[in-house]
Design a protein around this ligand. Structure first.
Ligand SMILES: NC(=O)c1ccc[n+]([C@@H]2O[C@H](COP(=O)([O-])OP(=O)(O)OC[C@H]3O[C@@H](n4cnc5c(N)ncnc54)[C@H](OP(=O)(O)O)[C@@H]3O)[C@@H](O)[C@H]2O)c1
Length: 190
């Protein structure tokens, strides 16, 4: 049975991935930073024995290491990074919220890399060896030139964190190339 590990699996796109992969017969390691409050996910897991909920805060090194220890080398076919934040405050020059920006980078960029590093050998042990993260058209430099700031707002924190994610995943794909058929992809939800 193929194995998916999804971050940010308690709501939004992550929860939908859990539903769809488990419906397709996959074993799903569904992570949430607060499993005890993840009612929809817990309810789904209760009805689907192949879905197991794990605690994971991608910004917390200890939490990431705990999960890696718990999985103990278990093969993962697809590592799907669905966790992400979109800070709304301090989005204009003169009032930039640097704490929010740091948090966006911690979650959307470092979180993806930290979890990938910790679980890389699990992915290498899987059949498919796929690592996917969800980016956005708002991360595109060409989009900015084409008028996306006027349409979608400045969103410095979110947009730059996703632009950096695009670069990091692209570099990762190149760095992992010599290790065989591992594929890293960015998908765009909007
Ligand atoms: N929805 C869209 O239209 C869209 C478009 C483009 C890209 N994306 C990207 O797609 C991904 C999922 O989007 P979404 O709409 O499903 O977002 P969402 O509904 O806001 O869900 C975000 C998920 O990330 C989790 N999360 C946040 N910080 C975390 C942390 N430190 N550690 C672990 N999990 C954390 C949240 O957990 P909590 O419940 O604990 O907060 C939640 O499960 C995000 O990366 C987003 O940027 C979405």
């Amino acid at each position: 049975m193929s194995v998916l590990l999804a971050t940010g699996a308690n709501r939004g796109l992550g929860l939908e991935f859990v539903r769809q992969y488990s419906a397709d017969g996959w074993e799903v390691l569904a992570t949430s930073r607060q499993p005890e409050q993840s009612n929809e996910l817990k309810q789904h897991a209760a009805q689907h024995p192949t879905v197991v909920v794990h605690r994971l805060d991608v910004t917390d090194e200890e939490s990431v290491q705990d999960l890696a220890d718990k999985l103990d080398g278990k093969p993962i076919d697809v590592l799907l990074h669905s966790s992400g934040i979109y800070p709304r405050e301090g989005q204009h020059i003169g009032e930039i919220d640097y704490d929010g920006w740091r948090e966006a980078l911690e979650t959307n960029l470092f979180g993806v890399m930290r979890v990938t590093e910790a679980l890389l050998e699990n992915v290498m042990a899987g059949q498919r060896k796929q690592i996917a993260a969800i980016s956005t058209s708002l991360s595109s430099l060409r989009g900015v030139q084409g008028g996306s700031v006027a349409q979608a707002g400045t969103s410095y924190q979110y947009r730059s964190s996703k632009t950096a994610l695009n670069m990091a995943l692209s570099i990762l794909a190149k760095e992992l190339e010599p290790r065989g058929s591992v594929s890293c992809c960015l998908t765009r939800a909007g």
